[in-house]
Ligand binder design. Structure first.
Ligand SMILES: Cc1cc2nc3c(=O)[nH]c(=O)nc-3n(C[C@H](O)[C@H](O)[C@H](O)COP(=O)(O)OP(=O)(O)OC[C@H]3O[C@@H](n4cnc5c(N)ncnc54)[C@H](O)[C@@H]3O)c2cc1C
Length: 454
């Protein structure tokens, strides 16, 4: 590597061993062990320009991260400078226009409470701890997607520093090729400094869960899958099998216990939600928390982990879960030996509707999304988790219709997420804006071959 004077950079830059190095390279998945050459910690766009220039001088590629929630799907950071944007947390909310502008590292938790106070919500996912940047550029799906579509379709502008160090605003009027690619093509086109997006009104919300003992999983899933065709887009339901650890931070009522939980969010009255869910209620949940809520309740409904943990996961978009598949899934999820959590989300509705001005990832196929997660604590449990996840893949394979990139948490050939025309266009846009392939996004898009670096 070229020797480079990092002290002269007009931006905080860390080298291995510096104070703060391990925190700055950290990720949500404790199994990730990112080892970039340098880490820049810019506070604003000018400092991002400095960081990109420093990388160029040092002959390093550039990778960006806000929260580290999506780091597992990126290739090695050897030979790269990591731009850790965690200091770029500006938030501006225009309630009247229902428009939000955030800095590169803002999380949903930085906007959702203020929106909720005014009866508004962003199209966030299951956890408010997730960063808006990576979530939005990879798609972004949550409780409101069946009704309002993917978050990436709500994005109105993205500002970034390109591989050449140029500050660019991409929106419907400026650089429409780049704007198209950023909405689904991920962080492959530069270091994003700000994002603007629309949010939605939530005048009425019913949310909550029915908890069942884990040995009822197959019954619950059978009843649930039969009901799905009857559910309007205003109702989103997930079935989550969770084995809560016996640790003190877990609420006592569920600590150390295992449940099959029907989680529901309904953009309407409680009476109507209960009418739609009646066959599930008739199964006799041991706990029922369904009730009228403020929009902020959608940020905790799924009970996602809030602190980093070691995990491996798998995912699938499927068109159906027939009874035999349900039995196999329930068996795998129920034992708790390998899968700590299995989440089965109803999708459909606006997941499948492409807006006229959409980007590279406007829709997702299928009726159901499955996400399984195991927590390896040692070699033995690691092997059990690997076996459990592989078995889940096998069970779902006959029904597979696609994969959702933000849930694929290991490096893969990203062409599998797109049809041929979209992939070719993404690579062409990459060749225009980063012909030397200096920007390393998660789920990497290489530049079109004719332009690629030798
Ligand atoms: C607990 C948990 C719950 C989740 N729930 C959901 C959910 O319900 N729905 C859903 O859709 N997804 C969900 N996800 C997946 C999440 O959307 C992805 O992990 C996403 O990549 C996280 O984005 P981030 O910015 O927080 O993460 P980061 O790791 O900071 O970023 C992820 C990637 O985005 C790109 N990126 C980030 N910042 C920049 C930048 N400034 N410039 C250029 N590129 C950048 C980079 O390629 C980076 O590798 C969840 C993840 C976790 C861990």
């Amino acid at each position: 590597m070229t020797t480079i004077d990092i002290a002269s950079a007009a931006c905080t830059v860390l080298a291995p061993g510096d104070d703060g190095w391990d925190e700055a390279r950290g990720t949500f998945n404790l199994l990730d062990d990112q080892r970039p050459e340098l880490i820049a910690l810019p506070r604003d766009t000018a400092e991002v320009v400095e960081a990109v220039a420093l990388a160029r001088r040092a002959g390093l590629r550039v990778a960006a991260q806000g929260t580290g929630h999506g780091a597992s799907s990126r290739d090695t950071l050897a030979g790269a400078l990591l731009v850790n944007t965690s200091r770029m947390l500006d938030v501006e909310i225009d309630h009247a226009e229902r428009r939000v502008r955030v800095g590169a590292a803002a999380k949903w938790e930085h906007v959702a409470p203020m929106l909720s106070e005014r009866g508004l919500a962003g199209l966030h996912g299951s956890s408010l701890d997730v960063g808006i940047a990576g979530y939005s550029m990879g798609g972004g799906i949550g409780w409101l997607t069946r009704r309002h579509g993917l978050q990436t379709n709500a994005v109105r502008a993205i500002e970034l520093v390109t591989a050449e160090g140029e500050v660019v605003r991409a929106d419907a009027e400026h650089h429409d090729d780049l704007f198209w690619a950023l909405r689904g093509g991920g962080g492959n086109f530069g270091v994003v400094t700000a994002i603007e997006f629309d949010v939605v009104a939530v005048p009425e919300l019913t949310a909550g869960s029915f908890f069942f003992p884990v040995d009822r999983t197959a019954d619950v899933l059978r009843t649930w899958t039969r009901l799905l065709p009857t559910f309007p887009e205003e109702l989103t339901t997930w079935v989550t099998v969770i084995h809560f650890p016996p640790t003190p931070e877990i609420p006592e009522v569920v600590r150390g216990r295992s449940f099959a939980i029907v989680m529901a969010a309904h953009l309407g009255s409680e009476a109507e939600a209960r009418r739609l869910l009646r066959p599930l209620e008739a199964l006799g949940p041991s706990m029922d928390t369904l009730g009228m809520q403020e929009p902020i309740a959608l940020g905790t409904l799924a009970m996602d982990p809030e602190s980093p943990l070691p995990y491996r996961s798998t995912t699938a978009l499927v068109d159906d879960l027939p009874d035999a598949t349900i039995d196999a899934v329930a068996e795998l999820a129920g034992t708790g030996g390998s899968l700590a959590m299995l989440q089965i989300r109803h999708i459909g509705g606006a997941f499948g509707r492409r807006p006229a001005d959409a980007g590279a990832r406007a829709t997702l196929p299928g009726e159901i999304l499955v996400f399984g997660l195991g927590v390896p604590m040692d070699a033995e449990s690691g092997a059990a988790v690997a076996r459990g996840l592989a078995a889940l893949d096998d069970v779902l394979a006959p029904h597979l219709v696609g994969e959702y990139p933000n849930f694929v948490e290991h490096p893969v050939d990203a062409s599998r997420f797109f049809d041929d025309a979209t992939w070719a266009r993404l690579r062409a846009v990459k060749a225009t804006w980063d012909p030397g392939d200096r920007v390393l996004g998660n789920h990497h898009v290489p530049p079109a071959a004719a332009h690629a670096a030798a």
